[in-house]
Design a protein around this ligand. Structure first.
Ligand code: HEM
Length: 458
């Protein structure tokens, strides 16, 4: 139980007294998927809706989530909209694989994400954090939202490909951003598509992008195969190239290595950038918490991090990140489609409808959280990995398809934030609240300028 009185309630869109009318709901969900929820959604366990003939069910209870994402996960696939948007970027990698093919890929990839292997990646995160700090040096006001996008992409590209060459990293970064802000933006056609290839005329720009993108990633993978790195400087690509199928002894095929690399970039960069932004924003609202974190980091500076165990020296930093992921889960809504009729929590659901699990709602549900809208990192005290407990906390999804990069992401975020807090006090002078906007991830309504005040001499 939390015995402190909550004093900080960070910004969130207003909750509606009742369901929005259909047109407002449709347009609103494209504009901001967090601003469409009626008050009762934060109390009920299950709800249905029909919008222009599209039937949907909302699951707001841990037992229902377990049913869809674990017990009967084989019956639930990602809807057509997901591969339409993400296939051009990630091909046939883990995120889009289904059934036996997904099981094969997950079994082969999981060993590369164990804590032992994430240890290998820590120097890459430390290098990316140094780049970030250098970039921010001497700037009076900083758009941290943009800076974290660059830094998180830098971190994942360093961890994957050891790309020390800034020019090469920028080239990849430009391509990814071109896609997510251009042809990869969800459109109305995507929401109504019944298959990955419906409304084919809307997919031309995505296909054209895919050719250029895959050629760029292929070039990096091919160069590595012809010039392997030494054992002391390994990265995720080395781990993927070294993987052998335990049944056949075969390595992963070249185009699959490319698709898995692209998947890790897509799944790992914007999500972590958003976590870093919201955690920093929350710290500007809670100066005491920020001071506590600074003391924690001063007692064990980032230069001393050698293994994941060392991150245990920053327990409050971890609590703050967990609470940031609760209040602003980087992925606010998860969608599935049942392939056969099913019954969820006693409620019949027909095949082909859209089944929604919204971490945004579950993380603020009044039956599952005390003071659900307040910033209270202590609620996670004593829980090392609360996202695995099968409760109402799902920042990384749930069940067998839970995020494979959770340990990677938290380690990276801890190192980045610690490196900032070691040098700076974070503040925002503009008192306009930064509103969360739900798209594929939770974005800020506007990019506030952060003021970074030096806390120790250079
Ligand atoms: C704060 C950062 C992150 C958050 C909040 C996050 C969140 C999630 C969520 C919610 C899912 C499940 C999606 C669903 O079930 O539909 C997921 C899956 C996945 N994530 Fe993450 N993720 C993060 C970072 C990363 C990183 C750094 C990587 C890789 C380097 C990564 C790789 C993946 C992959 C490959 C999947 C698909 C797993 C599968 O289907 O078996 N993620 N992530």
């Amino acid at each position: 139980m939390l015995d402190t009185i909550p004093s900080i309630v960070p910004p969130a869109p207003p909750i509606h007294p009742r369901d929005l009318p259909p047109i407002r709901l449709l347009l609103g969900s494209l504009r901001n998927s967090l601003a469409i929820w009626p008050d009762y959604a934060f109390d009920v366990a299950f709800n249905r809706n029909t919008l222009f003939g599209l039937e949907s069910a909302f699951i707001n209870d841990p037992s229902g989530v377990r049913h869809i994402m674990a017990t009967n996960a084989a019956n639930y696939v990602r809807p057509a909209m997901t591969p339409r948007i993400s296939r051009p970027l990630i091909g046939r990698g883990l995120f889009l694989a289904e059934g036996g093919e997904w099981r094969r890929q997950r079994r082969l990839l999981s060993p590369s994400f164990t804590p032992h292997h994430v240890d290998i990646l820590l120097p890459h995160f430390i290098a990316a954090a140094s780049d970030l700090v250098r970039e921010l040096e001497g700037q009076p006001g900083v758009d941290l939202s943009a800076a974290f996008q660059v830094a998180a992409l830098n971190a994942v590209l360093r961890a994957l490909f050891s790309l020390p060459d800034q020019g090469e990293r920028d080239r990849i970064g430009v391509l990814v951003r071109q896609y997510v802000t251009g042809p990869g933006r969800p459109q109305l056609f995507d929401a109504f598509a019944r298959s990955e290839t419906s409304f084919a005329f809307t997919l031309r720009r995505r296909r054209a992008f895919q050719k250029r993108w895959f050629a760029a990633v292929d070039a990096i993978v091919t160069a590595r195969r012809s010039a392997p790195r030494d054992a002391d400087h390994r990265d995720l690509l080395d781990l993927l190239i070294a993987v052998r199928d335990p049944d056949t002894g075969q390595p992963i095929a070249a185009d699959e290595v490319r698709d898995q690399c692209a998947t890790m970039i897509f799944a790992g960069y914007e999500t972590t950038a958003r976590l870093l932004f919201w955690a920093s924003y929350l710290l500007t609202l809670d100066h005491n918490e920020q001071a506590r974190l600074r003391a924690e980091v001063a007692a064990f500076p980032p230069e001393r991090i050698k293994t994941l165990d060392d991150l245990g020296h920053w327990p409050r930093l971890r609590l703050v990140l967990l609470e940031a992921l609760r209040l602003y889960p980087a992925v606010p809504v998860l969608v599935r489609e049942p392939i056969n009729d099913d019954v969820i929590m006693g409620e019949p659901v027909r095949r082909g409808i859209q089944v929604y699990v919204a971490p945004w709602v579950l993380h603020r549900h009044r039956k599952h959280w005390q003071h659900p809208t307040a910033f209270m990192p202590d609620r996670f005290a004593g829980q090392s990995s609360p996202w695995t407990s099968g409760g109402a906390y799902l920042p990384f999804g749930a069940g067998p398809r839970i995020c494979i990069g959770a340990v990677f992401a938290l380690a990276e975020a801890q190192i980045m934030l610690a490196s900032l807090l070691q040098r700076y006090t974070l503040a925002i002078e503009d008192r306009r609240p930064v509103m969360p906007v739900g798209r594929l991830t939770i974005q800020p309504s506007h990019a506030p300028m952060f003021k970074l005040e030096r806390t120790r001499p250079r």
